[in-house]
Design a binder for this molecule. Structure first.
Ligand code: ADP
Ligand code: GLC
Length: 484
């Protein structure tokens, strides 16, 4: 099958979160299974500056954006058999620091940047001499594409266009903007209705994707059902419920080629379920590098996260203030909300031997935290899938999670009765429940059940293989319906 994916970030070229890992992991796995995969993504400044072997693609685009005509070039890279990446080179839109924002906030022209990107993807899908069977679109930044495809197929003579599948990674980011940007889509205003692109007088890109794509998927089964409720639906629950027969959840996988403990350049000591010596050496190496007290016996908790409301870190601050920090250690790596960062930094000042806070984005430290900690905390208010808990399982850092979305689907609770499991779960987004769960972790740590559960987690297999097959089956069915 020929699959053309569109994404606003892609590991290892551009990344702010799990979306980048997901599209890379899925594409590699589909390519390995023999499908022809091509990916379209913006040529951001960070890509232009760091990727040496980009090749110019003999293709110049001139696309309308409202009354203007915008030019773009395309660069490609061919990282493996069956996989080609197209980078859209439009310097005014993409050659700047940051993918979507600066410290001052989101770029005001984000709607136009991604309207243009969506047009560029649609243009390639239509005119490349390689015709995709399926267009796989990710999040709001590419969610306008199904409508562009339908419009061109109904009004502009595009015969047999590919089927479309929109994957929602996070319903909270919808690309809502002022309706004045609609001019730039060059689509008829007939689509700007409550049944289409309009959302309470504004444009809503994600809603457009939900309405016009052939299939909607999310990144775990639990999240697929949660988003039909007012608590998780972010105002789109009714429109999603209308699509219930064409909506599904497919769990993300892990690229164990990158996220492993046996052949990993980012961690000083390799280890495995068969020999955990390296794990405690990594723990001490991590403590040393963070300036914490070096002690392999102290229970060590870690978090790597965007500092965003979604992640429930305000609960964690309260919980850390409840616990006896002299009897444990905690490390956080993250970027985002400044006030949250300050609150964590204050803790580190008060407990310099026991709490370390690293504000920033650091790929190497992320691996070392997974490898050096005993527990990994993810108290998310909602979590469509979550990748860090899956990485933690493989690294033997027992996840402590709220039972929501993909966290609930992937973690099996370690019962207080002593029954083994893979992590510790709590139900309600309350600091008191998180505190109680971290106390459970502290009680588990000195027992033999700790290691039993750690090993059980390390043996879990969340490789992409299975999930990629589910996507391939879904795509095959969509193509068959598309041909009917
Ligand atoms: P989300 O996509 O909602 O942020 P996920 O758990 O799916 O959450 O994925 C987060 C990804 O981003 C993981 O690969 C994680 O290691 C990485 N990550 C997040 N923050 C940082 C950071 N500050 N430094 C390095 N990696 C980070
Ligand atoms: C989003 C979600 C996260 C998910 C990731 C990749 O950023 O917040 O839960 O793992 O996308 O699908």
């Amino acid at each position: 099958m020929r699959i053309l994916a569109a994404t606003s970030e892609l590991h290892p070229y551009s990344k702010t979160g799990g979306l980048a890992d997901m599209v890379a992991g899925l594409s590699n796995s589909l390519a390995e299974q023999g499908h022809e995969v091509r990916i379209v993504t913006p040529l951001y400044k960070c890509v232009r500056e760091s990727v040496a072997n980009l090749k110019p693609f003999d293709w110049k685009m001139q696309l309308p954006l409202g009354a203007q005509t915008i030019e773009a070039k395309v660069w490609t890279i061919h990282p493996r058999d069956n996989l080609t990446i197209y980078f859209i080179d439009q310097p005014d839109f993409f050659n700047r620091d940051g993918l979507y924002q600066t410290e001052q906030g989101g770029f005001p022209d984000n709607p136009d940047r991604f309207i243009f990107f969506s047009k560029a993807v649609t243009h390639l899908a239509r005119y490349l001499d390689w015709r995709p069977d399926i267009l796989h679109l990710h999040d709001w930044q590419s969610a306008l594409i199904p409508l562009l495809v339908r419009h061109q197929s109904t009004n502009e003579g595009w015969e047999n266009p590919p089927a479309t599948c929109l994957t929602i990674h996070n319903l909270a980011y919808q690309g809502v903007c002022d309706k004045s940007h609609f001019e730039n889509t060059n689509l008829p205003w007939d689509h700007f209705t409550p049944d289409g692109v309009e959302f309470f007088g504004s444009i809503n890109f994600l809603k457009a994707g939900i309405v016009y794509s052939d299939w909607v998927s999310t990144v775990s089964r639990k999240y697929a059902s949660e988003i039909l409720t007012p608590e998780f639906g972010c105002g789109l629950e009714a429109i999603l419920t209308k699509r219930i027969s064409t909506l599904s959840g497919i769990l993300n996988g892990v690229d164990y080629g990158e996220w492993n403990t046996t052949n990993n350049p980012f961690i000083p000591f390799q280890y495995s379920a068969g020999n955990l010596d390296g794990k405690s050496k990594n723990k001490m190496a991590l403590q040393r590098s963070l300036g914490l007290k070096v002690d392999s016996n102290v229970p060590f908790f870690g978090t790597i996260s965007r500092l965003a409301e979604q992640k429930g870190l305000h609960l964690l601050i309260k919980t850390l203030r409840e616990l006896d920090l002299n009897q444990m250690q905690f490390v956080l790596l993250g970027t985002g909300d400044v006030s949250l960062a300050n609150q964590f930094n204050n803790l580190a000042k008060e407990f310099p031997q026991n709490v370390a806070i690293h504000i920033g984005y650091d790929r190497q430290l992320a691996h070392l935290i997974e490898a050096g900690t005993d527990f990994f905390v993810m108290p998310s208010l909602y979590e469509p899938c979550g990748l860090n808990q899956l990485y933690s399982l493989r690294y033997g850092s027992i996840p402590i999670v709220r039972a929501t979305g993909g966290l609930d689907d992937t973690i099996q609770d370690i019962d207080s009765s002593g029954a083994p499991g893979t992590g510790l779960k709590f139900l309600n987004p309350l600091a008191s429940e998180l505190t109680e769960t971290m106390r459970r972790a502290l009680r588990l740590y000195p027992t033999s059940n700790f290691k039993r559960c750690q090993l059980m987690g390390m043996k879990q297999d969340y490789s992409w293989n299975l999930s990629a097959k589910s996507y391939a089956n879904l795509f095959t069915n969509l193509c068959m319906q598309n041909l009917r």
